[in-house]
Design a protein around this ligand. Structure first.
Ligand code: NOJ
Length: 562
């Protein structure tokens, strides 16, 4: 394919994220697989989503559940074969959806051929594929960077008498993007998947590719496990690399790109997403994920404040005018939104619907993480030993060492562990909720999900049906896609209200985050629209000057401009 004018189909799309390991097992080995996904495509088509994003399915030792790739050109046998993948792609397209894959190119697995060669010597074809540095004169690591999953970001290899950099597990060495051969090899691999027919990439930790080449020590007051951001996020050649990638790869295909952008603010995001700059379509930002952090980062029992949430969402909505937002509440790295931002007990259904409304009516492309459409909650792991995630294990060890109480550790793991959302998808109320006939890879004793897909399909008031409706509004009203955003109640402690407007249409979106009833006055110039969506039955809602919002009530009003 040559350079072509690209349509912006991703702007009116809704993306559904599949965690392949936990979606549907087809062969009884307890691990979700590609044939399992194929068997569930009718469910996804019915939901109405446009694009499926698969977490990594490449050959991998699964030290970090596939974010450690041993072979970029092959499918891990646990998930199936390349032929299964081709069949999946064809079937996804037949079901009128698109498929995007995860692109993990900040690092590979240490089992990757490139690394196996690289670590052998300082003068072979792959020697400079990774970031190698000499020890300091006392033999210690080149600088003080910690990694996300280990204390030091450097690992010593005797064969080379050098350290290599790994911002994540030591089995995930960082690629050396300064080396043109690395970049060429990556672009070639990307073209391979596009030539097979995939429709885009979600790009793992893409903001970390370019490192400060003097590898300076990070200031001592930064938390160890993320201090590497200092020399590796939004580095000096980041945009140059992405523009080169665009020229070498993206410009040749009609595809979508979404970069995961750790440590990137909304001003920096403009640079990545401004269409004139030819880099990426959109980013996953983290500002709203950071609102409830504590001394162990994400693993805290702090509750977010609505005023902060409104401030950061509004900031991103306001800043990305030429660029485009991606909208998400959760993914495979985050807990369930209804536990985190809603009320998972008394108002599970209402708050799940409210959160869906707030997000899906904003400007940008919404992402639904599997199970969010059912309003699933976090999961009670009976014992800390049952967690499998590398991040959770690390933090448990760290908290134990710091002398934290067991109850506290259990609480914050319940609130924040990545394993909450990685539990097998509940399809029905049969054995293992229909996920597998074998033993699930993440086996939570007495796992009893609050609901399952079959029940949700049968219940007309389920979160699932509400999500179907939300998705269909995007197709029905153009203003959901292209309207400009404006927040109209920046100081309310219970209610988040905003408008979307284009030349002919206006939406007024009102979402209560309160567990109580709230009397709320819609500003007079915004009154009078037709109620097109509500997560309660509509009868009790008083229009006029004041409305009584019930707990977690969401309402969307629509009107055509005169
Ligand atoms: C972000 C991914 O979403 C996460 O799951 C992974 O552990 C890290 N990047 C490292 O690849």
């Amino acid at each position: 394919m040559s350079n072509m004018k690209h349509s912006e189909w991703w702007k009116d799309s809704v993306v559904y994220q599949i965690y392949p390991q936990s979606f549907q097992d087809s062969n009884g080995d307890g691990i979700g697989d590609l044939q399992g996904i194929i068997s569930r495509l009718p469910y996804l088509e019915k939901l109405g989503v446009d694009v499926l994003w698969l977490n990594p399915i490449y050959k991998s030792p699964l030290v970090d559940n596939g974010y450690d790739i041993a072979d970029y050109y092959d499918i891990d046998s646990r998930y199936g074969t390349l032929d299964d993948f081709k069949e999946l792609l064809e079937q996804v397209h037949k079901h009128h959806m698109r498929l995007i894959m995860d692109l993990v190119v900040n690092h590979t697995s240490d089992q990757n051929y490139w690394f196996q060669e690289s670590k052998k010597s300082k003068n072979n074809d792959y020697s400079d594929f990774y970031i190698w540095k000499d020890p300091k004169s006392d033999g210690s690591a080149p600088n003080n960077w910690g990694s996300t999953f280990t204390d030091s970001a450097w690992e010593y290899v005797p064969e080379r008498n050098q350290y290599y950099l790994h911002l994540f597990a030591k089995e995930q060495p960082d690629l050396n993007w300064e080396n043109p051969e690395v970049r060429k090899s990556i672009y070639k691999m990307m073209r391979y998947w596009f030539d097979l027919g995939i429709d885009g990439f979600r790009m793992d930790v893409i903001s970390l590719l370019s490192k400060l080449q003097d590898f300076p020590n990070a200031p001592d007051d930064l938390p160890l496990h993320k201090n590497y951001y200092y020399g590796s996020s939004n580095g000096p050649r980041e945009h140059e690399f992405l523009q080169e990638m665009y020229q070498e790869v993206f410009s040749k295909y009609d595809v979508m790109t979404v970069g995961e952008a750790a440590n990137t603010n909304s001003d920096q995001a403009i640079l990545y997403t401004d269409p004139q700059r030819n880099e990426l379509n959109m980013l996953f930002q983290f500002d709203h994920m950071h609102l409830d952090y504590g001394k162990y980062g994400k693993f805290s029992d702090v509750r977010f404040k609505l005023s902060d949430l409104r401030r950061v969402m509004t900031d991103w909505q306001d800043k990305l005018v030429d660029g485009w937002n991606s909208l998400y509440w959760s993914n495979h790295d985050q807990p369930r939104p209804v536990t985190r931002f809603g009320n998972e007990k008394k108002y599970r259904v209402q708050s799940a619907k409210m959160l869906g409304t707030l997000l899906h009516m904003m400007k940008g492309t919404p992402y639904i993480y599997q199970g969010e459409e059912l309003g699933l909650t976090n999961v009670n792991f009976e014992s800390l030993d049952d967690y499998q995630d590398i991040e959770t294990k690390k933090i448990i060890a760290e908290m134990r060492e710091a002398g934290e109480r067991k109850e506290y550790i259990e609480k914050v793991c319940y609130l924040k562990s990545r394993d909450n959302a990685r539990t097998p998808f509940p399809w029905n109320n049969q054995k293992n909720n229909g996920f597998t006939t074998g033993i699930p890879w993440l086996n939570v004793p007495n796992y009893n999900p609050v609901t399952n897909a079959l029940d949700a399909i049968e219940d007309k008031d389920s979160v699932l049906h509400y999500y179907q409706n939300l998705i269909s509004l995007r197709k029905k009203y153009q203003v959901v896609v292209d309207g400009s955003y404006s927040n109209f109640n920046s100081d309310d402690s219970d209610v988040y209200g905003y408008t979307r407007a284009n030349a002919t249409e206006q939406l007024v979106v009102i979402c209560s985050f309160s567990n109580e009833k709230v009397n709320y006055e819609i500003p007079s110039d915004l009154q009078g629209g037709e109620l097109i969506l509500s997560n309660y039955d509509r009868v009790n809602l008083h229009l006029g000057n004041k409305i009584v919002l019930r707990p977690y009530e969401a309402a969307v009003y629509y009107r055509r401009s005169k």
